[in-house]
Write a protein that binds this ligand. Structure first.
Ligand SMILES: [Zn+2]
Length: 500
């Protein structure tokens, strides 16, 4: 008897609980708004210190807004980024986690750890009838953007990724250009032609973007002809394409074509990571500013559709292990004001000024009449230390606005000697995306440290990254603890059917 009563209670309890759960669900479904327009911004390599560091730099130099817009969104939390194969992720596994909600191995694009294709949030959006846009400041088939439309085992399979983009349902794709593989011998023009063959309209550069019309079925916007990445924001010249140009063109196009269905738009600031690999704070911070400028365009749209728009900003990982404060209980971000171009651009300028081609381009083993050797410019003499010092002073503010202690000067001089005294010519330092003159690289790292920005290394770190959210049901993102939580939550709020 006792047992039967207990059982009865249990049955009643279950009925009651299911009932309330159903009711809550029904109430929620009725009351909760859905995001019709979704913006998903990814700062590649943009750790929390990169964003905070940018604000400090802006406040001290006046080179950017005192407040980075997304850093002051109503929701600011952080997520872990590790991959299935390592505690430190690369952009492929990081991008795949952010696009599919699935952990995978470093190098994987849109496939799981067993190399099975996994569907992405861009595909979920498309299946739900929404328009889809993907934009990046680096190659259109580089790791992060491709994680949204491609499924390949290796991020370097640029050929397969380009073909998958062309065959995909992405309505609006924008990036610097197509990256190619030496193996295939095919150039970027080949893929642009392939795209046109599939009925996709291809546009080059900001001026040309004015010709983008919603009457075109699919659109690809490229930064220019034959470029793999947009110039660093800090090096941008008039007429150069900026990420925000992709964003404004993409919004007009997607909104024009999908006014009823809404759209999903992924936007990547790809060169924050490149600058982090170089340990170049000024280039890095100006890239964060550039992403914030793209965000201004997004926010203008948001202000017109505040009840239907969701904006999510995060990063795939941090790059460089950037620390704020370099051993002393202070920082001097104003010291960075003396650097007016990226380390890459500064290296190019340095080489042009001090290293006329022949001595540097000789290769070991080259003899007598090999090209270059015979034409060694007889008038070329290496610059003096004073000349080189003047260059660093002029372009980085060293000695001038930034004190250089004797030990550092001696070290820089040593590098100067090995740069101009070596038989092969030059003394270069290779990072993931650049080969720079060691003297310039050393000087930039020194300047960064004096300003209080200390880089730990030139690769990614396992630090958690920020998650900044604004708009429809933004507060729900406080529940996210790992990067894989993000795409599923966006899908729920946008009403996309997920199938994994
Ligand atoms: Zn990277």
């Amino acid at each position: 008897m006792k047992l039967r009563i207990k059982f009865l209670y249990m049955v009643l309890a279950v009925i009651f609980m299911t009932g309330t759960a159903d009711m809550t669900h029904a109430r929620r479904a009725k009351k909760e708004p859905q995001a019709k327009y979704v913006f998903y911004l990814i700062g590649d390599g943009m750790g929390i210190n990169e964003v905070t560091g940018t604000e400090l730099y802006n406040q001290a130099t006046g080179n950017g807004p005192e407040r980075i817009n997304f850093m002051h969104f109503p929701v600011r939390t952080f997520v872990t980024t590790y991959s299935a194969s390592a505690l430190v992720t690369d952009s492929a596994a990081g991008g795949t986690a952010l696009s599919t909600g699935t952990k995978t191995y470093n190098g994987a694009i849109g496939v799981d750890a067993d190399r099975n294709p996994v569907s992405t949030i861009a595909e979920w959006a498309k299946d739900s009838g929404a328009g889809v846009g993907v934009a990046t400041s680096v190659g259109i088939n580089h790791a992060t953007p491709s994680a949204f439309y491609a499924h390949v085992n290796d991020r370097n399979s640029y050929d397969a990724i380009a073909r998958q983009l062309i065959a995909s349902d992405v309505d609006f794709a924008a990036g610097a250009g197509f990256l190619t593989e030496r193996r295939t011998g095919l150039d970027a023009v080949f893929y642009e032609q392939e795209a046109r063959g599939e009925g996709i309209k291809v546009f080059y550069g900001t001026e040309d973007f004015e010709n983008v019309s919603t009457s075109y079925d699919r659109v690809i916007c490229l930064g220019g002809r034959n470029i793999g990445e947009l110039p660093y924001a800090v090096d941008r010249k008039e007429g150069d394409t900026a990420l925000k140009d992709f964003v404004s063109t993409g919004i007009s196009y997607l909104y024009g074509r999908y006014p009823e269905e809404g759209f999903f738009f992924m936007i990547e600031g790809g060169k924050i990571d490149y600058a982090g690999h170089n340990d170049d704070a000024v280039a890095c911070f100006e890239e964060v500013n550039d992403l914030a400028e793209a965000m201004d365009v997004v926010l203008a749209f948001y202000n017109e559709h505040p009840d239907e728009t969701l904006i999510v900003v995060t990063a795939d990982h941090e790059t460089g292990g950037l620390m704020l404060g370099a051993g002393e209980y202070s920082m001097s971000p104003e010291m960075l004001a003396g650097q007016t171009m990226s380390e890459n651009e500064l290296t190019a300028k340095f080489r042009q000024k001090f290293m006329p081609a022949p001595p540097q381009q000789q290769r070991r083993g080259q003899r007598g009449n090999g090209p270059g050797f015979g034409q060694q410019q007889p008038q070329w003499t290496p610059p003096t230390w004073e000349e080189v010092k003047g260059f660093l002073q002029e372009n980085l503010g060293l000695w001038d606005k930034v004190p250089v202690d004797r030990r550092t000067e001696a070290k820089l001089m040593e590098t100067y000697q090995s740069t101009f005294g070596s038989k092969d010519g030059g003394n270069d330092v290779r990072s993931l995306y650049a080969v720079n003159t060691r003297l310039i690289s050393d000087a930039v790292i020194y300047l960064n440290a004096k300003a209080g920005y200390q880089w730990s290394h030139g690769s990614h770190s396992g630090s958690p990254v920020g998650l900044y959210v604004n708009g429809v049901r933004a507060r729900e993102f406080n529940s996210c603890t790992d990067n894989t939580d993000i795409p599923r939550l966006i899908a729920r709020i946008a009403g996309y059917e997920t199938n994994n």
